[in-house]
Structures are given as C-alpha cells and as structure tokens.
Design a protein around this ligand. Structure first.
Ligand SMILES: O=C(O)C(=O)C[C@]1(C(=O)O)C=C[C@@H](O)C=C1
Length: 277
C-alpha cells in the first residue's frame, strides 16, 4: 500500500537556517544557484500560507456562508490586469496567469465550496483545459451536454459556477434561463488572450451574483422576437451567439459597452470586465 501523506499545520523551522549544511557547501556556483532557488521557493510557499491566513479573516468580513458564494469577478479582473501589467522576464505570462487563477479559485473554494458546471459540447477536451486552467484541481468539474443544462445546474445550486462556450451559431437560446433572479453571465474567458495561449477557447462564466460581484464594463443582452429578426445593433455591440432560422437571427446574445440597451426590448442577462488587449 502506498504511504499516506500526513499534513501537519504546525509552523516548521526554515530549511535555510544559518546552520544548514547547504550553506557550508555553497562554494560552487550550481549549489549557490540552487540555494537561491530554494530560498525563493520557500519565500513563495510561506507567502501563500500567509495568504491563506488572510483569507480566514476575509471570510468573517464577507460573511460568505450567508451568500453561498465567494466569487467576485470584478475584483479578479482588477488583480489579473495588474499581474499582466507588471509581468516581465522568462516566465510565460500564461503560466503566471494559470498559477494565480489556481490560487484565486482555490481560495474562492476554501471560502465556500462550489462545483464548476462545464458545457462539453463539440470540444470537450478544449473545455476541460479551459476549466482546469482557470480553477486548478481543487474545484470539482461536472460535465453537461448543452449550455442550457449548465444554466439549469447553476440555477439549482446555491453557489456553483458554469462555463459555456461562445459559439457563433447556437442550437437554442440557452441564455433565456439567465437574468432576473437567476444566474447571470459574470465573466468572459480567456481574460488575458494572447497568441499561443494554452486555453484559448472563448467562453462565458455563469453564476448567481453575490455581494457586488458583478462587473458591467460590458453588459450582455438577450435579444429575441420583440425587436424583430436581425434588428440593427449599434456599431460597438458584439453578437456573441445567435440562433438562426432560414438565414435570419431569431435570438441573439449581444455584448455592448456600458449599460445602455442596444435595442428597445433587449433584456440584460449579465456583464463582464472586458478582457485585456
Ligand atoms: O477579494 C475577495 O473578495 C476574495 O474573496 C479573495 C479572492 C482571492 O483569493 O484573491 C478570492 C475570490 C474572489 O473571487 C476574489 C478574490
């Protein structure tokens, strides 16, 4: 039987204490560099543990157990933009993005456990990559055949998130289940798009808004029959997805900057912080 790891939360003395035999051997350059790497790794690990202790204090202030969800996408967007702005050097930006996405999602899960419902659709592997890139491995994934099922699953839960692919042609207006008191579109991925990004599949994150979590840099609208098929949209509006019959768009999911409806009968179904770049 494989030996079991036992996790012990008691503080440990630093492996890099002055008496460490590694210090005595630090004469050749390779040993010195490895010593430096060990110092950096230990500092990063200690800072992550310190971050965990700060999150414990945050839980009390946010009263996460009352709302059922710790997910705050507007705050996350701000953090990821600052990360991208200060990034430089050898480490690929997407790796830094993935590390921080894993840290943030893990601490979101620590505050209030949730599952991520993922539309598998026509490219399950790409959606799985996208999901794991953004939430790491602490958050359980639940696969669904259609985005409508993802919306239903998020609606039934108290704090779960959903991931639906942005598909130019949709089989049904799955976004009809969004808005009002139900779940909403809360984020758009990838957030730091770049050539060669390892998880480039365009997708929308769905959740119930909690505690001022939403961002409305761009508002997402459901446009249906009332405005007439193919009703004209302002130039700055972007059609994310549409249900087409006989060449006409009978239902559309449209994103536009700000909060002004793009057509008279457009119904708000969410919003997101605009992806960088
Ligand atoms: O800032 C918060 O509200 C947090 O809960 C912290 C934190 C994080 O780990 O940085 C986690 C979840 C939120 O989605 C945003 C950020």
């Amino acid at each position: 039987m494989a030996p079991r790891l036992v996790y012990d939360s008691a503080p440990k003395p630093s492996i890099l204490a002055k008496t460490s035999p590694m210090n005595d051997a630090a004469t050749d350059p390779l040993t010195e560099i490895r010593h430096e790497i060990d110092r950096i790794d230990e500092a990063m690990h200690r800072l992550l543990m310190e971050r965990g202790a700060v999150i414990d204090r945050l839980v009390a202030i946010k009263r996460t157990s009352e709302t059922g969800s710790a997910f705050r996408p507007a705050r996350e967007a701000d953090m990821m933009r600052r990360l991208a702005a200060r990034h430089e050097g050898r480490l690929p930006l997407a790796t830094a993005e993935h590390l921080w996405r894993t840290i943030i999602a893990t601490f979101t899960h620590v505050q209030a456990p949730f599952a991520l419902h993922v539309e598998q659709g026509s490219d399950a592997l790409a959606m799985h990559d996208l999901a794991r890139f953004h939430v790491g491995f602490d958050v359980p994934l639940v696969g669904h055949t259609t985005p409508a099922r993802v919306v239903e699953a998020v609606a039934r839960s108290s704090g779960d998130l959903g991931l639906a692919r942005i598909d130019a042609d949709a089989a049904s207006a799955w976004w009809d289940g969004l808005g009002a008191d139900g779940p909403r579109i809360m984020a758009r991925l990838p957030f730091l798009p770049a050539e060669g990004h390892p998880a480039p599949t365009p997708a929308l994150v769905i959740a119930r808004p909690a505690g001022g979590a939403a961002s409305c840099e761009a508002t997402v609208w459901a446009i249906g029959d009332e405005d007439g098929p193919d009703a004209a949209l302002p130039a700055e509006a972007e059609t994310l997805s549409a249900v087409r019959r006989g060449g006409k768009a009978v239902a559309r999911l449209v994103a536009a900057p700000g909060v002004e409806p793009p057509t008279p009968y457009a119904r708000p179904v969410g919003g997101y912080a605009c992806p960088a770049g």
